[in-house]
Design a protein around this ligand. Structure first.
Ligand code: NAD
Length: 385
């Protein structure tokens, strides 16, 4: 089967590499010819590096690269079995592309969007045959990240979902299914990891290195929230939060932080600009964490309980199944444990009590306990029984 990719930025290039490595002929198109050239150079470099590291031999790398065709018009997609769109995150631009695409592909071609935050249903609505459109959401970098979220639009035919899933699994990916709601699974459930860390900082309960220390040393996360925000980029991370917040009709649970907004406005975007929450220049001196164990435990538990509450609420609202929820967070953002499993370990009753205590303290809807947690605590149930 031929695979078509539209948009040759970081995601389009990564997905092209994945599909070509799985043996497909891949066509990649970008409306900016310079972006296509950059993608070609980048792909070649990546494949060469894989050869140097001994992950591929030279003929394999050449064969993978030889299966990728950089094309300058969409009409080349007439024989594609699946087209994945990975252009700029703009609803109108995506709708226009889908409208054109539908006119050139075959009747049976599946059309997918890699959008992180736009409604798949609205993108599908740009097509006449809406039933063949779905979201296939890869994570960055696509060749390394195992997780892929599949998001049926409300119009999508179930056979299309099944076939897309089978194909993506055959590329060695772990697939989870998510409802077409803002942030799908990962970008929704992970919000408190950043948001509550920022809140703790703004309240002056602890400083940046102490919060990061609590989450890595005590919590077992690979990176602390501020290290991760600097890595992702404070501009990018802020925009995702703001988009999720607006898409949830301004639910205070997802309210963005002024601290991060100001950093983005100041151009302190993180690693990529040499300064974010931390300084990254050579010889930069960053403050040490306080390593107060009790404080660290409190910080870790407060962030964890908000994450658990978010996962439980997403489960309650049927965004994904229990197993997909835990798989998404362990494989999509490398959490040390699934949040629902963590809830069982920590005790559901304990989670409810902490959420209620925070709610009473702040009187903010941000800290409302999920009805599912409350019900389970009342019935003495666990997520994994
Ligand atoms: N970067 C990430 O971490 C990440 C992760 C998951 C999903 N996504 C999503 O994937 C998509 C692409 O993200 P990215 O980071 O690769 O973006 P990017 O900016 O690196 O690349 C986008 C590419 O699309 C091209 N383009 C723009 N409009 C086009 C059009 N009308 N037709 C053809 N090409 C067009 C641009 O020239 C550019 O090369 C977005 O929807 C984004 O939300 C991004």
């Amino acid at each position: 089967m031929n695979i078509g990719i539209i948009g040759s930025g970081s995601m389009g290039t990564g997905i092209a590499q994945v599909a070509a490595t799985a043996g497909h002929e891949v066509l990649i198109f970008d409306n900016n010819p310079a972006a296509l050239e950059t993608a070609s150079t980048k792909l070649q470099k990546i494949l060469n590096r894989l050869v140097e590291k001994g992950r591929l031999d030279d003929p394999q790398a050449k064969a993978i690269f030889g299966r990728i065709y950089f094309v300058d018009e969409l009409s080349a997609y007439k024989d594609a079995g699946l087209v994945i769109e990975a252009i700029v995150e703009d609803l109108n631009a995506k709708k226009t592309v889908f409208g054109h695409l539908e006119k050139v592909v075959s009747e049976t071609c599946i059309l997918a969007t890699n959008t992180s935050s736009l409604p798949v249903t609205a993108i599908a609505a740009a097509c006449e045959k809406t039933t063949r459109v779905l979201g296939i959401h890869f994570f960055n970098p696509a060749p390394l990240m195992k997780l892929v979220e599949i998001i049926p639009a409300i119009q999508t035919n179930s056979a299309v979902v099944k076939n897309a899933r089978k194909l993506i699994e055959s590329w060695g990916k772990l697939v989870v299914k998510a409802k077409d709601t803002p942030g799908f699974i990962v970008n929704r459930v992970a919000r408190p990891f950043y948001g509550e860390a920022l809140r703790i900082l703004e309240e002056g309960l602890a400083d940046v290195p102490t919060i990061d220390w609590a989450m890595t040393e005590i919590g077992g996360f690979r990176m602390g929230p501020f290290q991760l925000m600097d890595y992702i980029g404070n501009d990018v991370n802020y925009t995702v939060t703001e988009t999720v917040f607006k898409s949830f009709f301004y639910d205070p649970r997802y309210k963005p932080s002024f601290t991060q907004k100001r950093l983005a406005e100041a151009g302190r975007l993180g690693r990529k600009t040499g300064q974010g929450f931390y300084a990254y220049s050579e010889n930069a001196q960053n403050p040490e964490p306080s390593k107060d164990r009790k404080l660290g435990e409190d910080i870790f538990w407060r962030i964890l309980v908000l994450l658990i509450n978010e996962a439980a609420d997403a489960l309650y609202l049927n965004v994904a199944s229990r197993d997909d929820m835990d798989l998404a967070m362990t494989k999509g953002v490398n959490y040390p444990k699934g949040l629902l499993r963590w809830a069982d370990e920590r005790g559901i009753q304990n989670c409810v009590e902490t959420m209620d205590r925070l709610h009473q303290e702040y009187l903010e809807d941000r800290y409302r306990c999920s009805p599912l947690l409350r019900k389970m605590a009342r019935e003495g149930r666990k997520f994994y029984e």
